[in-house]
Design a protein around this ligand. Structure first.
Ligand SMILES: Cc1ncc(COP(=O)(O)O)c(C=O)c1O
Length: 347
């Protein structure tokens, strides 16, 4: 049986959250002299002299409705990178505990592990970038607190088989973090639908990809109310700024447009997937459920530098074990993709 109190850091279990001015006074008033703000106003704009809602109530209510979860099952972070870091600080004791990830994958899991002095266990994805479940479970140590699974995975682009994830969720007594940063581009159901089934599941999503809000920094973690209440306890009180909260609410109201934008990106992705394999410099194009494509090329460094000369920046992933020879290419606009295809065909 999973028991959060068995894995939570003792200091986190004991500590109290910071009590902000906005927590201590909840009624209505006309004169606020409780938070050392500038009551004359703001040089940046109307509301910005006031601290934002530390609990992001309006935003969470809106997201809860769209995602079909309770507001209490949502944590909002300054990007999902903040949620990743807080998860480490919630359950991993520095210098004692470990986490397991599945390279080639998103680099921040390793960075957060190193920052928090947490041992990193790595089990390589299979050749078709799937999770070798048995090997993962064999590599779980008594100190392993979390397993990170990225689906669709960055930089490989593919979804992870749901059966592999559910098997790990059942067998592992720590947190299983499923990072769904690219889920909007995939033809798959989010793991948020199964939160009530798995008390050790944490699902990460972000507004940085399909919603086009990378500059505003808004990430999400979905989990049991118990897990979310701990993340809320240890987060910096005002981690989501007022501008981000306001703009995210506006974006959510325009949620209809998301579908069109995602459809266009997926269509452009499919056009790239069709055009690239025929080109002589391309060895292999991996299937993608995301807004980028992993491409194996004959001369990755040569092609990377050649594209740079043409003013096109892609990500050189060729030195990453498991991605030898590969460039990761984000799907751009129609014009950008045509420019890319023309450049590669001339390489
Ligand atoms: C798999 C994955 N997770 C999380 C993130 C971070 O997202 P955010 O911008 O919300 O911090 C990224 C960003 O590239 C990503 O690829």
């Amino acid at each position: 049986m999973f028991n959060l109190n068995d894995i939570i850091r003792p200091n986190v279990l004991k500590m109290k959250a910071y009590s902000s001015a906005r927590d201590e006074f909840k009624g209505s008033a006309s004169v606020f002299l409780d938070a050392n703000e500038n009551n004359l106003g703001s040089l940046a704009g109307e509301n910005y002299n006031r601290y934002p809602d530390p609990h992001q109530k309006k935003l969470k209510a809106c997201i809860a409705e769209i995602k079909g979860v309770l507001p209490e099952q949502i944590f909002l972070g300054n990007g999902s990178d903040e949620a990743i870091d807080l998860l480490f600080r919630m359950v991993c004791r520095p210098g004692q505990d470990s986490m397991l990830h599945l390279p080639p994958t998103y680099g921040m899991y390793e960075v957060s592990a190193n920052l928090n002095d947490v041992t990193l266990e790595a089990v390589q994805l299979t050749e078709d970038f799937q999770v070798p479940v048995e090997e993962v479970l064999i590599n779980v140590k008594p100190t392993t607190r979390m397993i990170f699974i990225c689906s669709p995975n960055n930089p490989t682009g593919n979804l992870i088989e749901p059966e592999s994830i559910s098997e790990i969720l059942r067998a592992f007594k720590g947190l299983v973090v499923v990072d769904e940063a690219y889920i909007d581009f995939a033809d798959a159901r989010s793991w948020t639908a199964r939160l009530n089934e798995f008390p050790n599941l944490v699902v990460l999503q972000t507004f940085s990809k399909a919603w086009g809000m990378a500059g505003l920094r808004l990430g999400l973690a979905f989990a049991s109310q118990e897990i979310i209440s701990v993340l809320d306890k240890i987060k910096p009180p005002y981690n989501i700024n007022e501008a981000t909260q306001e703009l995210a609410l506006q974006a959510l109201e325009r949620g209809e447009a998301l579908k069109d934008m995602v459809e266009e990106i997926v269509q452009e992705r499919e056009l790239l997937m069709e055009a690239l394999p025929g080109m002589p410099s391309i060895e292999h194009v991996y299937p993608s459920d995301a807004n980028f494509i992993l491409v194996k090329v004959k001369d990755p460094n040569g092609m990377y530098n050649y594209l740079l000369e043409k003013g096109i920046v892609v990500r050189n992933r060729s030195s990453l074990p498991g991605c030898e020879g590969c460039l990761r290419i984000s799907v751009g606009t129609l014009e950008e993709n045509q420019q890319l295809l023309k450049a590669i065909s001339e390489f």
